[in-house]
Design a binder for this molecule. Structure first.
Ligand code: ZN
Length: 146
C-alpha cells in the first residue's frame, strides 16, 4: 500500500453498514414509494379527511377503511427531540438527533434532524423537509433548520 493510500484509509471514516430497511406492507407502501420520489405522503382518510401517521388500517376517527394520501408541504416545527446514545447501533453515525416534527398539515412524524448541532436544537424551531439516501435502495425523509 502506498503512503497516500494508507493516509486516505486513516482519514476516511469507515463505511457504516446500511440501516435496517423498513418492513413494507400493503398499508405503508404508498409512504415508501413517496420517499423514493421525494414526496412525504401522509395517509388521509377518504371518509373524514383525517391525517394519520404512521399509517393505520382503519380510521380512528370515523372507522373507514378507505384511504388516500396528501403530499406534505415539507414545513414543520420541532415538537420534541432526543439524542440517542445507548445501545450503540453500528449503522448510525454518532452523534445524531431524533426529532418529533409537527407538520404544517397538523400531524407528527418521528424522523432525524440533519445539518444542525445538538446545541442549536430548540423546541418549536421551524424545520424544512429534506430527503437523505441512506443506502442504494432507501431514501428517508428528514428535517433540517428552515
Ligand atoms: Zn376517517
Amino acid at each position: 500500500m502506498s503512503d497516500a493510500a494508507a493516509k486516505e484509509q486513516e482519514v476516511r471514516p469507515k463505511a457504516l453498514p446500511p440501516r435496517p430497511r423498513p418492513g413494507v406492507s400493503r398499508d405503508t407502501e404508498f409512504f415508501w414509494k413517496g420517499c423514493m420520489k421525494h414526496e412525504l405522503r401522509i395517509q388521509q382518510c377518504e371518509g373524514c379527511e383525517r391525517l394519520t401517521h404512521p399509517p393505520v388500517v382503519r380510521c380512528p376517527e370515523c372507522g373507514s377503511y378507505e384511504f388516500g394520501y396528501l403530499v406534505a408541504s415539507g414545513a414543520g416545527t420541532l415538537y420534541s427531540f432526543v439524542e440517542p446514545v445507548h445501545p450503540p447501533m453500528p449503522f448510525m453515525q454518532y452523534p445524531y438527533i431524533v426529532g418529533l416534527v409537527e407538520l404544517a398539515e397538523g400531524t407528527r412524524l418521528i424522523t432525524n434532524l440533519v445539518d444542525i448541532d445538538l446545541e442549536e436544537v430548540r423546541i418549536g424551531m421551524p424545520l424544512a423537509l429534506t430527503f437523505v439516501q441512506t443506502d442504494p435502495e432507501l431514501i428517508l425523509p428528514m428535517f433540517r433548520p428552515a
